[in-house]
Design a protein around this ligand. Structure first.
Ligand code: PGA
Length: 249
């Protein structure tokens, strides 16, 4: 089944109003040649929303609260994201799992909250180097996915995407080989197909971890890699655009 590619920019905790303006100007001047999502820090969502309006690119957030409105200091709800024009939200990024104690159960709850208001979740999964070396890659990823599938039917998840991001490849310059990535992507799709084959066939599985203009094409050429979640390289508009061009199918 042909799946349209998707490339998402994860700016992480980077940017300023001035830097964002420069990036957006460059990005807006050369419309991306595939579906794109730009995920700035939440304080800049409104700034980016406005600038993206005419570009065809969509707005994404990097995190969402698993709670609804109320006395939860510092949290941002799914309803609020929707209210400022967000369409997508990253959940379960490995930096949040490792540095902020997000469990797979919390990730499932966040995906559920996102879907409840109509946001499209980009659910991140991935193994550490130690887990890979112990031969536990599939087991780890299946457990991370199972916690999400317990709360979110795959038919709903298919409105969003899954991002396979091996922890050892994030921000390290060390990319999974296209074959390594393809193997995991195919396994993820097979697990999802066990729930619903049609949804699994249509669901986009993105690769993330040191994607750059020089390696994007061979990664995206793999049959089960439907685009990417781009960290470091997305901070340079020209590099992000080059990666989007590589994803064109
Ligand atoms: P990276 O990050 O491209 O800088 O490796 C990817 C991510 O963490 O989403």
């Amino acid at each position: 089944m042909a799946r349209a590619s998707l490339v998402a920019a994860n700016w992480k905790m980077n940017g300023s109003r001035a830097d964002n303006d420069r990036w957006l100007q460059e990005f807006g001047a050369a419309p991306a040649r595939c579906a794109t999502v730009v995920c700035p820090p939440s304080v800049y969502l409104a700034q980016v929303a406005q600038a993206l309006a005419d570009t065809g690119a969509q707005l994404g957030a990097q995190n969402v609260s698993e709670r609804s409105a109320g006395a939860w200091t510092g949290e941002v709800s799914a309803e609020m994201l929707l209210d400022v024009g967000v369409g997508w939200v990253i959940v379960g990024h490995s930096e949040r799992r490792a540095a902020f104690g997000e469990t797979s159960e919390a990730v499932g709850a966040k995906a559920e909250r996102a879907l409840a208001v109509g946001l499209r979740p980009i659910v991140c999964v991935g193994e550490t180097l130690e887990q890979r070396e112990q031969g536990r890659t599939a087991e780890v990823i299946f457990a991370q996915l199972a916690a999400v599938l317990q709360r979110c039917p795959v038919q709903r998840l298919a409105t969003g995407a899954i991002a396979y991001e091996p922890v050892w490849a994030i921000g390290t310059g060390r990319t999974a080989t296209p074959e390594q990535a393809q193997q995991v992507h195919a396994a993820i799709r097979a697990q999802l197909a066990g729930h619903d084959a049609d949804s699994a066939a249509g669901l986009r599985v993105l690769y993330g971890g040191s994607v750059k203009p020089s390696n994007a094409r061979e990664l995206f050429a793999q049959p089960d890699i439907d685009g990417g979640l781009i960290g470091g390289a997305s901070l340079v508009a020209a590099d992000f655009l080059a990666i989007c061009a590589a994803a064109q199918r």
